[in-house]
Design a protein around this ligand. Structure first.
Ligand code: HEC
Ligand code: HEC
Length: 259
């Protein structure tokens, strides 16, 4: 009898152990998936899901610019009918290369780049729409049309700011480990997915430099801009924004910025 009773007790104990094991398993799985969700919502961990593989580049070049022109009616209220915005805080898209616009739209779609305005717009686009839109904007001319109500170019900066910016654009500052802007943004060299700044609005340039420095924009692969921008002083960021916003990236020694 004693032996039988022990067997019953042991079975009960075993039964209890099985249940708690099950709950433990549920808890482990639940915590694991919560951690996955949590890590996904931290943009710093993975700056972007875009990587420059031959497939990505082919996708970014697969668009139809005529279809893009029709789709761009949804964008022109803010980005302008000719890809030049009438608001300094909204980026000009005319002549920006395909890889850049493609990457930025993909980053808004995956929320790797945050913008209350652009995230829902980008999410509403299909992959084909994105390719068509980039084909359209990349071919828009960058020369001024007097009929177009654009914000660009703004007044030239004062000589001290112009000199400060020009030095950083052409030479950087080796002492602080700042490379020249033009070694990535052109005209000296262009890298895939690096936007030309030659026709960009100053106010927008400043807002992005501040966003990179503060970490609220964190979609730069390998962090060049978060690093560089946080090494610049507030006055230098202002001077660089004024320099590009006045179209000085177009001066002799620079190129038109269009690729
Ligand atoms: C309601 C205004 C608005 C509309 C409509 C709009 N945009 Fe934007 N767009 C913005 C603003 C503002 C930003 C800058 C976001 C930021 O500060 O990061 C932006 C940023 C962008 C950028 C990033 C550019 C860069 O240099 O990094 C791209 C690309 C872009 N928009 C494409 C589009 C396309 C394509 C459409 C139409 C399908 C569109 N936008 C419609 C306001 C708008
Ligand atoms: C090592 C290369 C590199 C250098 C040097 C560099 N940048 Fe950048 N910059 C980038 C990349 C890459 C991006 C695009 C990030 C992304 O993927 O959205 C970028 C983006 C930007 C943007 C946002 C533009 C837009 O349309 O959204 C601004 C503004 C900018 N850089 C300013 C500067 C300035 C000013 C300097 C010089 C002080 C500089 N950059 C130097 C690589 C560089």
């Amino acid at each position: 009898m004693r032996v039988k009773g022990e067997t019953v007790r042991r079975n009960k104990r075993q039964g209890g152990y099985d249940w708690s094991f099950l709950w433990l398993a549920v808890a482990v799985v639940a915590t694991g998936s919560m951690m996955l969700v949590a890590s996904d919502s931290v943009p710093e961990r993975i700056p972007s899901y875009v990587s420059w593989t031959p497939e990505t580049i082919a996708a970014a070049y697969s668009g139809d610019d005529f279809r893009g022109m029709l789709l761009a009616k949804r964008c022109e209220h803010c980005h302008g009918a000719e890809g030049f915005s009438d608001r300094g805080s909204t980026p000009n898209l005319a002549g920006i290369d395909r890889l850049t616009i493609w990457k930025e739209l993909e980053d808004f779609r995956s929320r790797k780049r945050t913008s209350r305005v652009m995230e829902p717009i980008a999410e509403s686009l299909s992959s084909r729409d994105v390719a068509d839109l980039v084909a359209y904007y990349a071919r828009l001319p960058v020369f001024a049309d007097l009929q177009d109500n654009r914000n660009f170019p703004q007044a030239r900066p004062d000589p001290s700011h112009a000199g400060m910016a020009s030095h950083l654009v052409s030479f950087g500052d080796g002492g602080r480990g700042i490379p020249p802007c033009q070694s990535c943004h052109g005209p000296v060299a262009y890298r895939p997915g690096v936007p030309s700044l030659a026709n960009q609005n100053g106010e927008y340039v400043l807002s992005q430099l501040e966003a990179f420095a503060g970490g609220t924009r964190a979609n730069d692969i390998n962090m060049p801009m978060r690093t560089i921008s946080s090494l610049l002083t507030e006055d230098e960021r202002q001077a660089l924004a004024e320099y590009y916003g006045a179209g000085l990236g177009l001066q002799p020694g620079s190129s038109s910025g269009a690729r």
